[in-house]
Design a protein around this ligand. Structure first.
Ligand code: KG4
Ligand code: ZN
Length: 344
């Protein structure tokens, strides 16, 4: 069963075709990073306009490059939220129109569920149950995943998401956007124990996260030492140690909570998804720590950690066979929303 997936929740427009939830036929991603870079972050109105420009050409390209036609497509899966409302609307409007005209089922997908399902594109034989840690620019959520439609939310961030903290620290230091990959790279040759930044909630017996205090500690540290970085000039000496110490604090909290969730739930498999799952320090340290606890860790391929439509098409397959889709005029009742939650 081939599902056409559409993703436009933030600053990536993406269209994909996935077979049986696990096999990528094509996955095209048009990133807007270069557009938003000069603003230091995503500008919602600009993002919506960019989605409008590229979505139809991207759809045409998907059919051209695969040589497939609509007869080969069983259903359309589309992200309905959470995300930027204006951006979501572009993908959803395109999906509704095509589903109605081509008489295909329309499968609404929660973006976070899409991230979780991305793991099956790289590990098709992974079995349930597993603990999923979603670490992206907009979310930090820890869930127990029992099957394709059954999730239990264990905890989530109370303020900034992990990726958001990376982006804000990088922005404060004028390092560029997005901050995660830049901090990851800068930290490689730096001393990650140079500064002891706070690790929030480590002592608390729950699975919520908080990264806003850590971010403020970094800001205060930089201000108090007058380390402000001037754009265009060489990065001053202390900066790599600061960002590496910040990254280490984020990584420590994520690993501690994820492994504790595995222990509390009695589950031996951990899945890490979302943009921050690309972080090399997180991957390396988690591998070591998980092995000590006899826990197996699974990641999607790096290009499937960040936003893409293959994960939406993959999730669409499992929801379609579970009967969660719309047809005919019902398609037009579907709205983009920021209130979709997962596992509650
Ligand atoms: O999943 P994603 O593409 O979009 C959202 O759904 O938010 O994640 C984007 C986030 C950004 O905050 C970016 O800085 C972060 O993922 N990111 C990283 C790395 N690569 C991307 N954070 C830390 N280390 C990385 N290597
Ligand atoms: Zn995402």
């Amino acid at each position: 069963m081939n599902i056409l997936g559409i993703e436009s929740s933030c600053d990536e427009t993406s269209v994909a075709i996935v077979k049986d939830g696990r096999e990528i036929i094509i996955n095209l991603v048009a990133s807007q990073i270069s557009t938003h870079r000069k603003f230091g972050g995503v500008v919602p109105e600009v993002a919506s306009r960019k989605h409008i420009e590229v979505i139809i050409p991207l759809l045409e390209k998907v059919f051209q490059e695969t040589g497939m036609n609509w007869k080969k497509i069983e259903a359309i899966a589309v992200t309905i939220g959470p995300g930027l409302i204006g951006s979501l609307l572009i993908g959803l409007s395109a999906a509704k129109a095509m589903a109605y005209v081509k008489q295909k089922s329309l499968v609404p997908i929660n973006h976070l569920e899409g991230h979780i399902k991305s793991v099956f594109l790289t590990h098709p034989d992974l079995e349930f149950p597993f603990i999923a840690l979603i670490v992206s620019g907009g979310h930090t959520s820890l869930l127990s995943v029992y099957d394709h439609t059954k999730f239990k939310l264990l905890g989530a961030t109370r303020d900034d998401a992990a990726g958001e903290a990376f982006d804000k620290v990088a922005r404060f230091l004028h390092l560029g956007y997005p901050g995660g990959p830049l901090i990851d790279r800068l930290s490689k040759k730096a001393n990650s124990s140079a500064i002891k930044f706070p690790r929030a909630y480590m002592d608390k017996d729950r699975f919520d996260f908080s990264f806003s205090g850590l971010k403020t500690s970094v800001f205060n540290y930089v201000r108090s030492r007058d380390l402000a970085f001037i754009p265009g000039e060489e990065i001053s000496e202390g900066i790599p140690d600061i960002v590496a110490s910040f990254q280490e604090a984020v990584v420590d909290v994520l690993i501690f909570k994820a492994l504790r969730a595995c222990k509390c739930e009695g589950i031996k498999q951990l899945v890490l998804v979302g943009g921050v799952a690309c972080n090399s320090r997180l991957r390396d340290k988690l591998k070591i720590e998980a092995r000590k606890e006899d826990i197996e860790v699974y990641y999607p391929a790096p290009n499937l950690c960040t936003d893409n439509a293959a994960m939406i098409a993959g999730a669409g397959f499992f929801q379609k066979i579970a009967g969660n889709y719309l047809t005919g005029k019902d398609i037009f009742n579907l709205n983009a929303t920021n209130t979709v939650s997962i596992g509650k």
